[in-house]
Design a protein around this ligand. Structure first.
Ligand code: GLN
Length: 247
């Protein structure tokens, strides 16, 4: 029997790991394995040579502080063409917070310094020069996955205010989103989900993890059967998290 495999490229895992963002990869591997799908996780960081970006089904970037974003910006730019090619080849991109900002036009940080983004997507981000002005706290958005509405819960902490997200990931139900008190959160297109939600995102939102696994397992392959998993504990945890927000 041919085993299904998902190839994941985790970029800058040594620098972009705010609030346990690296845990998202563990969730993907765990939930894929429960369906008989193996995951291969490889890494690219500053100085890694000859990464074959298009050979991956998923490219993942977590969140990071302005300092780390500055440190890796040049390396990221040097991979621009190959990363764009991967996107055109249908590789899925999951981008959290700092990673989200770096794939847009630019990020102007809280010192007023501009970090050029890859310009893969039309949005741009600027942080307030007042370092205390940040969007911080729990957040709930309503997203649509395969035509079904799903509440995605997470935690946001960003100074960056993102504009021109013509295709948001979801509508904000609780929290800030792309900007202070905005109605929209993140960016979502066929093979990209970019969001400010840490959490780790996928442990709090198992249906979102399954959406990404299915996409990646089926990239250039036959449809895959996603046997439902017992998510009783995950659902209970979500209930508790939602109930806390009403207080
Ligand atoms: N440094 C960015 C900001 O403050 C991103 C922070 C993050 O990844 N949480 O907006």
């Amino acid at each position: 029997m041919i085993m299904r495999e998902i190839r994941i490229l985790h970029m800058y895992s040594d620098m972009l790991d705010l609030y346990g963002d690296n845990g998202n990869i563990e969730i993907l591997s765990y939930r894929a394995k429960a369906r008989g799908i193996e995951t291969v996780v490889e890494h690219h960081s500053v100085g890694t040579k000859d990464t074959d970006f298009s050979s991956y089904d998923l490219i993942y970037l977590g969140g990071g502080a302005d300092f780390e974003q500055q440190l890796l910006a040049e390396d990221l730019q040097s991979c621009r063409d190959e990363i764009m090619k991967a996107f055109d080849n249908g590789t899925f991109f999951l981008l959290i917070c700092g990673g989200y900002q770096l794939m847009g036009e630019y990020y102007k940080d809280s010192n007023g310094e501009v970090i050029n983004g890859l310009g893969m997507f039309p949005y741009h981000t600027a942080a307030s020069l007042n370092k205390n002005k940040r969007c911080i706290g729990n957040i709930v958005i309503e997203a649509e996955l395969n035509g079904e509405k799903y509440k995605v819960i997470g935690f946001e902490n960003h100074g960056g205010q993102t504009s021109q997200t013509d295709k948001p990931f979801g509508n904000v139900i609780y929290g800030n989103g792309n900007r202070f008190e905005s109605k929209d959160e993140g960016y979502f297109d066929k093979n990209v989900i970019a969001t400010y939600l840490h959490g780790p995102l996928l442990s709090k939102n198992p249906k979102l993890a399954d959406y990404i696994i299915k996409y990646c397992a089926e990239r250039n392959k036959e449809p895959v059967k996603m046997t439902p998993l017992d998510d009783t504990l995950e659902e209970k945890a979500r209930e508790v998290l939602f109930s806390r927000l009403d207080k």
